[in-house]
Structure formats: C-alpha cells, structure tokens
Write a protein that binds this ligand. Structure first.
Ligand code: GLY
Length: 383
C-alpha cells in the first residue's frame, strides 16, 4: 500500500519501513515548527487539521517541546534545540503567577526542563525540574500513600495517569541524592498496584480516598465509560508507568504489574491493533471511536517492557509494539495532508465529557515519535 502519502509498502515489516518513516517524521516536524509558531498545541480537529493554542499550565504543554528534544537528540540539528529551548522558561513564568499546575508537572517538566538539562547541562532546566519535583512531592498524602491529582475540592482524588509523573520524582532522587523523592514515588507506585490495577489487568481511572484517614472509598469512571469499564489510555499510562517504576527500582512487583496490564491491553485490541477509547465502552465496540494516543503510549510502554526483560522474553512485547506502530503509520497518519499540523488522526480526549473525540492529540503525536525513536536506537529517556 501507499496512498497514505508515505509509501509504506504492504507486506513490509516496520523494521524495513523505519528509515522512510523516520525521514517522513523529520519532514513533518520541520513543517510543524513553521506551522505551530508559538502555539502550545493540544488538539487538532480532523477537518481543519489546525492545532489549538492551549494554556501553558494544561497537562499537555510539555509534549510539543518533548517532540523537539527527541528530534534534537536523534539528529543533533540545532533548529530543533532552538525551537525547544524556551518552553521550560515559559512554564516557570506561568508557575509564579496564578495557575492551575497539579500532579501533571511530570508531563510538563520531564519533556522540557529535565530533558533539556540532561541533553545540554542547562542549570536552569535542572532547577526548574527540581522545583517541579518538589511541587509534586508536596502533593503526597501521608495517610493514604497517594499523590493528590487535581486542584479545587478533590483533595482525596488520585488518578492512574499519575503513573507517568513518577519519573520526575525518581529523577530528582538520583539527581540530588535525596531518597525522599524515591520514597514518595515508591509509596504512590504501590498504591497504583494495590488500588488502580485490577486483577484482570484493566485499570481504574480515579480512586477517591478519604484525605484524613487515607481509606480508599470508591473508584470512579472518570474518562472511562463507567467505574468498572476499561479506559484504554488509562491502561497505557499504567503499563508504561509501571515499566518505568521497575526500571528505576528493580522491584519485580512493578514489572509484573506492567505485564498484567500489557496482557489485558493486547488481548483487547481490534484487528488493526489500534485501541478503542474504552475496551468495555459497549458490548461489541461497534462504532466506538479509537484512541490513537492510547495506542502510541502503549506501544512506547511495551518497548520499555521489552527492554526490561531478557531478549527472548521481551521479544513478544517489542513485536506487539511494532504491530501497533505499523498500523498507526499505515492507517492513522496525516502523511498525505501536509497542511495538517498533527501526525496522527483518530485520538479520543474525553469521550464521557463529549470533548475531543476523533481528533489529533499532541500526546498521541509525542508517544508515536518517541516510540519510533526508540526503535531507531534512541537511548535517552524522557519518562
Ligand atoms: N492525563 C489526562 C488524560 O490522559 O487525558
């Protein structure tokens, strides 16, 4: 097949296609730099293909700089660094004015400040990354061993997405040799294993705890279809986040938790390997939207899982990731629409709220780029 503007050849493996995908991605991101300008992209509707310009304290603000830093690290080309450079400074400026930063500072500062410091040694990046880690650590509830998710009145709510924010705590612990950050990350990771990941490998999106006693009260559907449904992006967050927790700690409980979610996720995939937005949205899933962001994030997490295991055991996860990425490339890319500002189509942001369904999402784009880069040999890590 071609017809998708990329010329991916039917029957070829992802490995055979990687050089042309990587070339197309560089051209795509180069074009995006001009198209996006100073915008902080979040959602692009399918018809216009134009990314919005979201507030800087929204949880997705780190993904565009993250794409740029991955491209810089892979190619050494200065224009990526130049386009990525000022994002963490913008976040810092926002953080000292009225703002709504919350536990997602990991999603914001890991792909901006922390990777900038890792790649360039920039002291400001380091300082900003550590400030974000301090802020996240300050959200820890000692009675319940959980990180508080959002602001407003939900003092006892924690959400599975937090699994991805833990990396900034693990990084800070190593960076300044202060075990408190690791202790908090480990305590919260244990809470994820205990209260969020179910026996069948599906996950709860929100768990409400009593913020005084720490007792778990109930789980809530959140961005999934129902409290007992199976929101696919939530599963991707848990799969990837637990693989990371294993990488940082060597504790096999996290490896097994990640595998349990991975097995569920893979067993629930449709014929083209790209997840529906909720694996239990309805009986047959007929007509239910896909979520390419869940697919891309899970693929990158599966590659992490593959790396964590001896080659023979890890191979099945790597092959599963490649199947997902090949389908995303063939069936969900914008390759034949140069005016389109995103990389992937068919993401689902928040179906229950009726927002951002069948759109492009910057985090889908980010995890796709990151996963392809990993297959190309990218060895740095952002999450
Ligand atoms: N972190 C929010 C989401 O996955 O939509």
């Amino acid at each position: 097949m071609s017809g998708n503007g990329l010329g991916v050849v039917q029957g070829n493996s992802l490995e055979q296609e990687l050089p042309s995908i990587w070339q197309a991605l560089q051209e795509k991101v180069d074009r995006m730099i001009g198209q996006l300008g100073d915008k902080s992209p979040h959602v692009a509707p399918a018809d216009s293909g134009r990314y919005d310009d979201m507030r800087l304290d929204w949880w997705t603000a780190g993904f565009w700089p993250g794409i740029l830093w991955v491209m810089y690290d892979m190619t050494g080309k200065e224009h990526y660094k130049k386009a990525a450079w000022s994002w963490d400074e913008k976040f810092e400026r926002k953080s000292i004015a009225a703002n709504n930063f919350h536990h997602d500072v990991g999603f914001q500062y890991l792909p901006s400040a922390v990777i900038k410091y890792k790649l360039t040694g920039d002291d400001d990046g380091r300082r900003r990354g550590l400030a974000a880690a301090n802020f996240l650590a300050g959200r820890f509830n000692l009675a319940g061993n959980f990180l508080r998710a959002w602001n407003q009145d939900k003092t006892g709510w924690s959400i599975v997405d937090s699994a991805m924010n833990l990396s900034i705590l693990f990084w800070a612990a190593e960076e300044i040799q202060d075990p408190r950050f690791r202790q908090i990350a480990v305590a919260h990771a244990n809470t994820i294993v205990r209260h969020f990941i179910r026996a069948d490998g599906s996950v709860n999106h929100i768990v409400s705890f009593d913020p005084e006693t720490g007792e778990a009260i109930e789980s809530l559907g959140g961005q999934g279809a129902a409290p007992n449904s199976a929101w696919s992006r939530g599963a991707a967050w848990a799969l990837y986040g637990m693989a990371n927790a294993y990488r940082y700690t060597g504790d096999a409980a996290y490896l097994h938790a990640s595998q349990r979610v991975a097995h569920f996720f893979l067993a629930m995939l449709p014929d083209d390997y790209v997840a529906h937005w909720d694996f239990r949205a309805s009986e047959t899933l007929e007509g239910e939207p896909r979520d390419t962001s869940a697919a891309a994030c899970a693929a990158s997490g599966l590659l992490e899982l593959a790396n964590a295991l001896p080659k023979a055991h890890g191979r099945r996860y790597r092959e599963a990731a490649e199947r997902i990425l090949l389908s995303l490339t063939r069936n969900y890319g914008t390759w034949d629409r140069p005016e389109h500002e995103a990389i992937l189509l068919s993401g689902t942001g928040n179906k229950p709220a009726g927002t951002n369904v069948d759109v492009s999402l910057i985090y889908g784009d980010y995890y796709y780029v990151e996963a392809i880069a990993k297959l190309m040999g990218w060895n740095s890590r952002i999450f």
